[in-house]
Design a protein around this ligand. Sequence first.
Ligand code: MLT
Length: 322
Amino acid sequence: MLRRTLIAATLAASALSSAHAQNFPTRPISIVVPFAAGGPTDAVARLISEAMGRELGQSVVVENIGGAGGTLGAAKVAGARPDGYMLLLHHIGMATAPILYRRLPYDATGFETIGLVTPVPMTIVVPKDHPAKTFQELVAWIREKKEDVNLGNAGLGAASQLCGTLLQHILQTPMTTIPFRGTGPAMTELLAGRLHVMCDQTTNTVEQIRGGGIRALAVTTPARLDVLPDVPTTAEAGMPDLQVAVWHGLYAPKGTPAAVITRLNQALLVALKDEKVVARFAQLGTAPEPAERVTPAAHRAFWTAELAKWRPVLQAAGQYAD
Ligand code: MLT
């Protein structure tokens, strides 16, 4: 009797869940950005959310939950109801925070992957009046000033922190790192000259570079970028090991029904083909991921490989938080 009741309850729950998936979505969806508004992750999320919303027939709103290098926003989504109405747009930090934090405030495996979104190059940038005019001059200046150099970042686990850590590790010169809730607010300090250097994504820097408020001394990609043709690569500037591409992915809480993930994935694919999205990404120095990488399986495989790739690198650099 008990067994029959249990089977009936399980069947009813599964019928409800498939009905939910078929009707999905019936109300607005939120995409959590685990950094401040006005920064690079926010820029990517706002672009895709508008296009996804059109495809899903519901508004998709961006919610910024910054702090602790992206781990607070990730924790919020890991603990949300697995119904597809709260998603996470996060970057390479999904592979670095589980290594950097001894006590991560969420289960690093507590997510369903929906698809990769875009790989964004990074730039080494300084305020417009900085004495270093080339990357080599910046290296010499950092070696001379050491801890008097203020290096901005978005906290332990952020892309800017990863790039800054690699730079300090290669130079064997620690600087004073100043964390913000995102590189959006850090950019204000760089523009004002209170920060001396930052490694930040083109989605946050290209327009400031064009506007003349900051200068780019190197890009962290193997080849120069069409949007910044005069800026040398770190390899050209003599530092080939400083290479970071900031991949981004869309996640849902673990246990979200497969049919909901499929619907979200379809909407993401449509958004990444949207002409306006493609054109804006190009202006910001990036491009959508190719369709074969915008799948839950490709996203998961890449994320797993990135965790394995960064573990030895970060352990060697030796930065941790509790
Ligand atoms: C980072 O460094 O991880 C990013 O710039 C975060 C952000 O979107 O502000």
